[in-house]
Ligand binder design. Structure first.
Ligand SMILES: C[S@@+](CC[C@H](N)C(=O)[O-])C[C@H]1O[C@@H](n2cnc3c(N)ncnc32)[C@H](O)[C@@H]1O
Length: 203
């Protein structure tokens, strides 16, 4: 099945709070975003935002320039509906991150929770990193959350790549300066536990 079809099918058939990556709030991400971007006019993009409430929480914290991209139109529409009129304050993008281009838009902070680890092909990871290079301002931040070294081998029925801070940083290469990393345990709605790596760098 094509990537887009897979994710459309997930979001058409499962409720927002029954997927393994569900959390009422992405607390780790929020804490780190607030730490890295104290300026509320910072341009922030959430890659593969899905139906998560990160965008709601960023608007609640008065961030003025928030963008969300996802490959699933269904997920984006669900999130827009939840936000109601506030959805007009967000820039929405539907597309595959490995084939996307944000045009002239440049971000101060790039956030990705649980998308990059699905890129099992080196060419897809290279396309992703090339887009980060084109889209993040010099001096901006890249905040990534992937499965950690002891995380699951699959998610949503798809193979994933697990990372520690060094192996993730190596994917990004020259020009990215590793600033910090943390391991975190995510409690899934199924009662299981998944190890995540949060890793952030400066461009
Ligand atoms: C595991 S979910 C994580 C959702 C959200 N970031 C969160 O933490 O709740 C992965 C998300 O990435 C999206 N996605 C997967 N592959 C993608 C791709 N190649 N381009 C853009 N989005 C993608 C999926 O539609 C899904 O919403």
């Amino acid at each position: 099945m094509q990537t887009a079809d897979h994710w459309e099918s997930v979001y058409q058939n499962k409720s927002f709070d029954s997927v393994s990556w569900y959390a009422p709030h992405l607390d780790e991400s929020l804490r780190l975003i607030e730490q890295l971007s104290q300026n509320k006019t910072a341009a922030i993009v959430d890659i593969g935002g899905g139906e998560s409430t990160l965008v709601d929480d960023l608007l609640d914290r008065d961030y003025k320039d928030v963008s969300v991209l996802d490959i699933s139109e269904t997920a984006i529409e669900f999130t827009k509906q939840r936000l109601g009129s506030r959805s007009r304050d967000v820039s929405w993008h539907v597309g595959d991150i490995t084939q996307y281009d944000f045009g002239d838009k440049k971000f101060d902070l790039w956030h990705d929770r649980a998308v990059f680890h699905f890129l099992t092909e080196p060419a897809a990871r290279q396309a992703y990193v090339d887009l980060v290079r084109r889209s993040v301002k010099s001096g901006g931040y890249v905040l990534m959350a992937t499965f950690g070294p002891n995380g699951p081998l699959k998610c949503s029925g798809l193979d994933v790549v697990r990372y520690d801070d060094q192996s993730l940083h190596k994917e990004f290469g020259k020009g990215f300066h590793l600033m910090g990393s943390e391991l975190n345990n995510h409690d899934t709605p199924m009662g299981t536990n998944q190890q995540f790596l949060y890793c952030w760098c400066k461009t």
